[in-house]
Design a protein around this ligand. Sequence first.
Ligand code: NAG
Ligand code: NAG
Ligand code: NAG
Length: 955
Amino acid sequence: MAVVWRLLELALVLSVCLTPALSVDRSNFKTCDQSSFCRRQRKLETGPSQYRALLGSAKLTADKLEIQLINDKTKVSLLLEVFGLHGNMTRIKINELKPLKPRYEVPDVLVGTPTPENLQVSGQDDNTLELSLGGGVNKLLVTGSPFRLDILSGQDLVLSVNSRGLLYFEHLRARKDTLSAKVSSAVGNMWHKVKNLFSSDSEKTDAASESDSEIPGEEEVVKEEENKKEEEDEPGMWEETFKTHTDSKPNGPSSLGLDFSLPGFEHVYGIPEHADNLRLRTTESTDPYRLYNLDVFQYELYNTMALYGAVPLLLAHNIHRTLGIFWLNAAETWVDISSNTAGKTLFGTMLQYMQGGGETPQTDVHWMSESGIIDVFLLLGPSPSDVFKQYASLTGTQALPPYFSLGYHQCRWNYNDEEDVRSVDAGFDEHDIPYDFIWLDIEHADGKRYFTWDANKFPTPRNMLDGLKEKRRKMVAIVDPHIKIDGGYRIHSEIRSRNYYVKTKDGSDYEGWCWPGSAAYPDFTNPDMRAWWSSMFSYDHYEGSTENLFVWNDMNEPSVFNGPEVTMHKDAVHWGEWEHRDVHNIYGLYVHQATAEGLIHRSGGKERPFVLTRAFFAGSQRYGAVWTGDNAAEWGHLKISIPMCLSLGLVGISFCGADVGGFFKNPEPELLLRWYQAGAYQPFFRAHAHLDTPRREPWLHGETNTDLIRTVLRERYTLLPYWYTLFYNAHRDAEPVMRPLWVEFPTDVSIFAMDDQYMLGSALLVHPVTEANAREVEIYLPGAGEVWYDVRSYQSYKAPQKFYLPVTISSIPVYQRGGSIIPRKDRPRRSSECMQTDPFTLYVALDLQGEAQGELYLDDGHSFNYQQNEFLYRQFNYSHGQLTSSSLDLHGKFETPAWLERVVIIGASKPNTISLRLSDGTETQLEFEYDSQTSVLTVRKPGVNISSDFTMSLR
Ligand SMILES: *[C@@H]1O[C@H](CO)[C@@H](O)[C@H](O)[C@H]1NC(C)=O
Ligand SMILES: *[C@@H]1O[C@H](CO)[C@@H](O)[C@H](O)[C@H]1NC(C)=O
Ligand SMILES: *[C@@H]1O[C@H](CO)[C@@H](O)[C@H](O)[C@H]1NC(C)=O
């Protein structure tokens, strides 16, 4: 819940009921041209690089190559480090050889030191060094002049670095209007003289002595300064003003950039968060994609503007290979994408030749960041799941969420008081609608002092929470990272006395406006601050909290209503004397991390946390869920929720959702219903609404809509065992829960840009209806030689096939892939916890060979005991008329009374008898029904415990 403070005040003054015609005020946010480093870098022309790699300086150790790079214009030296990493990865770091002061290197994102792999020189000539990577599968060519890197896999050029010559690195320098600047300018002048002495030879002299020159005359200093001005000092380098805010830039220019060329790739993805299609657009005629965590009020759709979170991972895919570029930098970053420049690079031409002519498509990517260093990981795949695993080996996988957090979440700004909570909770029971969580927004706290309760509205929070607990339900309360400045507020006084607030450039506590009015911002980059924050979630510190209270971190970009671009000043100072400029994009991750660790801590390390965050960075998947922020009740926002979550899934953040119904504005009943139908098939499923909107609990839209919403919610709950298994696979093997079609069908070019339908795991294809008054939906079922089944009618479709499906208001097009087995729990209940010991039904969808496989993961749903092997991981395999259930992981030993109540075999023929044999040899005959219309065989009451091995035979 965001909002520009002034607008809110205005709205309050005018009328609470008036909904202003809102859309983003673009002028609040910088364009590339208004961000001086982006402007400087975007001006660079492609061509031979100004940098030369001094191959003679190369130092090779077992896993690392070091080479100096020199800029022939400025003579500043950089150090290039190339690391071979296990599993088809290469890391490239570029920093100044001798920076004036250390430059920021992003900590805490990598889960460990990546496993090195041997690098060996496999060839060399005057201008090239050839290294073999990964036991010779891949090769790296380092070209000296002009400097570039090329990675080859076998004979194929996979990726080139700096082939367009856009390597750019602003070295730290002394300010010229200071005394030290005068000195450095004098040194520069001496260098000038030396250069003249050596005349034309000087170009090749990399470390000429400066000592034997005479002190320059005043006249020459002036002249030199003029030269430098021409060469270096552009507006915005030492100070930059945007609207009313001036960035003092004490370190001057410090930006860096690098280009990557991907021959043979036409489709690139990732670098969330943007309200845009799944497939990234070329940015030749727009601004580059921007990564800078911002609280954007009423964001616009289909553009490259920055939003709340940033993950600097880009993926490229073609029918032969998937690869990734992970740019580990937390400063403001812009990414330009262009295409069809084949032939511009030497190897592009070669490739074209090798593949027998024709235009070889190519995508070029140009990354630009404001500070830090160049630290980039090249993930070479080759398959989509290889890239997911490679990235996860660096930044970790999705945390395994508590089972109940996969249920439905009921939120609004605000549920007003305890009575309101009680009556909404009762409403779900009255209307027989399942839900797991009710949420409290900022109004629940005493004057927006987080960790407290408004004493009038919430006098007995523990009673309220116990009431929910009796229903086996939970609550989420918001805890934001802006802290009300109020001497009587314990959280504030403690942070201040411990000196944990972010500082201004002048050393005082940084203050800004946010929900509580004047607020300060805890420095979450400080590990001591994070540990202290975590300790605040213990039951004795957070009064009124209980074990069924969970947390939501909003506004953690951080949002500062009166700050530049509604965020923190870049010259604010963090722990370790780093500027906010350096750490901006990782701040929100730290808030999320400290909060999630707080919930773990309060349980003595036993219970899994649930924390939702709005801001995020690479690695945020380790701490919980993410939502797409303050969307609006518009059809376009419903539609874009799909690509937004798909993009997050591709970069490791599977637990994603959008506010169901839309946060701003009031959805008409049809839009709300369609949003429930879509949201039920997205990983994080929460309805949310703005303070100014009318109430919209599921039963307030007429009986028909109530029935339809109930149906959708029940459908969500029946699939929870499948959802949970998908999350286990995300946690264990880095498989995205919600995935683009191309991840499952990597050679079908026709789906590479498709983002109105997607896969849930490998078994379900979902195409939500996202248009008003829809009469039909165009469905495409991929997979040559495959078959799909409509999950409701069981109608079968041979693939590949494109068709128009007639839809009604109750339609949610979902197809089960032939060859898959999905576990469900079909008995409707009040909440997911009430379903814990309920029996399972297996939905076996046969492929054209009459086979199917599936999995079920199961544990207690809430603790970390699964790490001590208290889980079940079952495999179901249907082949040659036999369904077998066996353990996929023999270490697992979780006990459950849950049993198998039904097996539904879709695409089956009618057997004569069905028998069930257990591992102890006992055999029983089972009852069944066969529907010849749909070819569906329903086997009644196998009755076997879900943890048991069995074989069911059809004869
Ligand atoms: C590395 O790449 C090769 C082929 O290029 C592939 O066979 C292998 O599975 C990959 N290894 C990993 C760990 O991704
Ligand atoms: C399923 O069972 C068949 C027949 O026993 C076997 O050939 C096949 O490998 C099994 N599939 C899996 C995925 O275990
Ligand atoms: C099977 O279910 C029963 C209850 O019906 C339970 O007591 C038992 O522990 C379960 N068996 C296993 C192996 O988990």
